[in-house]
Design a protein around this ligand. Structure first.
Ligand SMILES: Nc1ncnc2c1ncn2[C@@H]1O[C@H](COP(=O)(O)OP(=O)(O)OP(=O)(O)O)[C@@H](O)[C@H]1O
Length: 789
């Protein structure tokens, strides 16, 4: 960088900042003005004369109220526009841009190249000159996509070409250029290295200044219905999708809002970790939830298997879990539901005062009286209508019963007044609303006046009708909510009938194994418990029977850590969000719940989409960890070769093996102290929750926080955390606890060990007791150092 360049760039920056400052002052004025005029308009309410004695007076009053409301709404909109602009400008005042590119249209090479500056948001002055371009504009894509020379980029009107003559990156602090470098690369290594050498934090940061070419493809993709991102641990999958959300919100501004974008994330801690990225980019947060939350919210009376239970209880059920999570089962559920059109619905009697009012046989008779061409949802709707009619017919029957007589006798004065005063409502209407409105009208003296009865009989009949209608109301509600279907029994019936709908032998499951599994599910259901896999089947079956169509307003759905989902769950999500485009991210090497069969997940899920609309992007370069940590951890895998480390040098991972657990504990204490002295934030990662709790007890004297539940917040200092909660997170230093033969020896623990090792950014220490883990013994000896402690 020459001094001349620096001087002229600083001059440009000063000019830009001058403009921004000016706009900032103007916007401040605007806010003040709109606040003032809002107050003026509001005080003008006093001038609105209410005239109600004549018809024209009423019309006049209504008109002026309306004008007044409109004036307030306009002022408010202007004020909030100005406030948003003010916030953007205030951010720009600090760091207005981070890059510059010069380019020419290849068709017009005789002309001077155009220079554009790229920042977090666009800025143009009164004359319409663009001083800064938002990083999401089509032209800014040039910055991320290639080096110097000819570059293609996509605009809303089609592909464009540019001949890039300069790429310059800046670091600006408080209005001064700190560094400036020109690069021929897409994004120079120097800038990236700088971005990556920072410390870990409890909040993920935005990466807009250093988005890589492959990541840019993910961010700007608008064509795919299913965008499948397979990427190594730390390759920036999560980072890329957070910027993708910001991009989509910008690209479809006005048509898409953040409430229409949903992300399924691995756990709550992760939600907490990423929740600053979008606000940092000037956008609102998207809706984030875990699959567990989604499923258990819909089944408040069932306790759905938690993340910890799922992680610790899957052993022993692999074959059956695999079948229950398969697309074959999804299809089988469809076939079973279809068969209910002929017979097999499990109904419940609608009981009233301890006895069946409408028996389950009657419910079934109604359900099956319709033509077999009916869809399940139509059949259900027709049944609901018919049952509501039967219920209304019951009013007359019940009115004659003794319990009604007794209820009339026992009416208090208040109850009597209430009944006699308010208007009547019909069963099956939205009674709560109607009744409330009627009472309000009554209180205002607007509703029907207190009745006068011609005879005692008339009074009795009136009261009896009221009492019966009220008493039957919960049943009407149950009918409208399809409470006459016994979904628990239906689900069990499906499980029992399953061998007719799927070949168990294809999954190497014997009939006896299946029968005993069904018995276990029945026992669980009695205790109101369901595994996550079963919950999904249960919900899908329920949705098919009741004809639910899912949430049609959701336009984009993101699923992170897709390797922990079953094909069935994914198919269910596709069914539940029928209008959404899917972006799914995963690393098959980090499958810690679904094990080997995660390998077919990609094809399974893709098979649900139009093949022309499926795109796969692979990210191989890792950014999180140092070269040494990446090279070590990829050797833990059988197929880790394709992973490329980013050239960032640091110390080798260390394997510390103690004679016994007490020695290992000492080693952890020592390492914790060393990391703290070096200012490295440490996570001690255990395999299970139990191990984390035990270790926390043993380290009670140390300054560490146990993260035992996903509902906690990430604490700023050192933490102890079980493996399944560490997913997606990162720490300066990681200590893997019990990294020995006793705890990490099975082939299926390879991925787990890989997942936890790749949480480390700068320092990785594995601590164990007894024998060296065979999984670590497989790693070439020059990739780590060994210490006997
Ligand atoms: N282009 C980039 N510029 C700067 N930092 C980046 C870039 N890409 C990724 N990173 C950083 O690398 C780290 C890992 O990224 P991220 O968490 O998105 O990876 P991931 O693929 O989701 O990992 P995992 O599968 O292990 O959860 C983060 O700190 C992220 O900010």
């Amino acid at each position: 960088m020459s001094n001349n360049q620096l001087t002229s760039e600083q001059a440009y920056l000063d000019q830009t900042l001058g403009k921004i400052n000016h706009s900032l002052e103007e916007t401040k004025e605007e806010i003040k003005k709109s606040k003032g005029s809002l107050e003026n308009v509001a005080s003008a309410w006093d001038d609105v004369r209410v005239k109600t004695s004549t018809y024209s007076g009423i019309v006049e009053t209504a008109m002026s109220v309306r004008q007044q409301q409109q004036a307030i709404a306009e002022r408010e909109a202007a004020k909030s526009r100005a406030e948003v602009r003010f916030q953007t400008l205030a951010k720009q005042e600090d760091k207005p841009y981070f890059a510059r590119i010069d380019f020419q249209d290849p068709q017009e090479e005789s002309q001077k190249p155009e220079s554009i500056y790229i920042g977090l948001a666009s800025y143009s002055d009164e004359a319409g000159k663009f001083w800064i371009y938002d990083w999401r504009t089509p032209v800014a894509s040039i910055y991320y996509d290639g080096g110097l020379g000819k570059v293609d980029y996509l605009t809303p009107v089609g592909p464009q070409q540019a001949n890039v003559t300069l790429k310059r990156q800046f670091e600006i602090e408080s209005g001064k250029i700190v560094t400036l470098f020109d690069t021929e690369e897409a994004i120079g290594d120097a800038m990236l290295l700088n971005a990556l050498s920072g410390e870990s934090s409890t909040k993920m940061k935005s990466i807009v200044t250093t988005i890589q070419k492959e990541q840019n493809k993910i961010i700007r993709n608008t064509a795919a219905d299913l965008l499948f991102v397979q990427g190594a641990a730390g390759s920036g999958k999560t980072a890329a999708i957070m910027q993708r959300v910001a991009y989509l919100l910008y690209r479809y501004r006005g048509k898409l809002n953040s409430g229409q974008v949903v992300m399924f994330s691995p756990n709550q801690l992760f939600n907490d970790y990423v929740d600053q990225v979008l606000p940092e980019l000037g956008e609102q947060n998207l809706v984030q939830l875990t699959f567990f939350q989604y499923a258990s919210r819909r089944l408040p009376r069932i306790s759905v298997q938690t993340l910890a239970e799922r992680f610790e209880q899957t052993a022993g059920n692999e074959k059956i879990d695999r079948m229950l999570g398969s697309l074959e089962l999804f299809e089988a559920t469809n076939r079973y539901a279809q068969s209910l059109n002929q017979s097999g619905l499990q109904a419940k009697s609608l009981n009233f005062r301890g006895e069946p009012l409408i028996s389950k046989e009657k419910v079934l008779e109604i359900y099956y009286q319709y033509n077999s061409n009916y869809k399940l949802s139509q059949r259900l709707e027709a049944t609901q209508d018919s049952l509501l009619r039967s219920l209304r017919a019951q009013v007359g029957v019940q009115m004659k019963k003794d319990w009604v007589e007794l209820a009339i006798e026992n009416l208090s004065k208040e109850e009597y007044d209430e009944m006699v005063g308010a208007g009547s409502t019909r069963l099956g209407d939205d009674q709560e609303g109607d009744a409330a409105a009627a009472t309000r009208r009554h209180q205002l003296g607007e509703g029907p006046q207190e009745r006068e009865f011609k005879s005692d009989k008339q009074e009795r009949n009136f009261l009896a009708k009221k009492i019966v209608t009220q008493a039957l109301r919960p049943i009407a509600k149950r009918i409208r909510r399809s409470g006459f279907i016994n979904i628990n029994t239906q689900f069990v019936d499906f499980l029992r009938a399953l061998p007719e709908f799927i070949k168990l032998a294809d999954f190497s499951i014997s009939n006896a194994e299946w029968d005993s599994y069904v018995q276990r599910v029945i026992a669980d259901l009695k205790e109101h418990k369901l595994t996550l896999t079963n919950t999904t089947v249960y919900l899908y079956l329920y949705d098919l029977i009741t004809g639910k169509h899912g949430q049609r307003d959701i336009r984009y759905l993101f699923i992170d850590e897709i390797q922990d989902y079953t094909p069935f769950q994914l198919a269910f999500l596709k069914f539940s969000f029928p209008n959404a485009k899917f972006t799914v991210l995963g690393d098959l090497n980090q499958a810690i719940f679904t094990q080997d069969w995660a390998n077919s997940l990609e094809q399974d899920f893709a098979s649900l989409f139009d093949q022309d609309k499926v795109e796969l992007i692979e990210l191989r370069q890792t950014y999180r960890s140092t070269e040494q940590i990446t090279n070590f951890s990829k050797e833990l895998l059988q197929n880790g070769r394709a992973i490329e480390a980013f050239n960032r040098d640091d110390e080798l991972p260390v394997m510390q093996l103690a004679k016994d657990e007490a020695g290992a504990l000492q080693a952890v204490k020592k390492q914790l102290a060393e990391n703290a002295a070096d200012d490295e934030k440490t996570a001690i990662i255990t395999q299970t929750l139990q191990a984390a709790q035990d270790l926390a007890q043993n380290l009670a004297e140390e300054d560490v926080t146990l993260i035992h539940s996903e509902n906690q917040r990430l604490a700023p200092g050192a933490v102890i955390i079980p493996s399944y909660l560490a997913k997606g997170l990162e720490f300066d230093a990681v200590i893997i606890w019990q990294a020995d033969a006793k705890h990490y020896s099975q082939a299926d623990q390879q991925r787990l060990l890989y997942t936890v090792s790749t949480r480390a950014m700068h320092r990785l220490t594995l601590i164990g007791a007894g024998e060296l883990s065979p999984l670590i013994a497989n790693v070439p000896a020059d990739l780590y150092s060994r210490e006997q402690v």
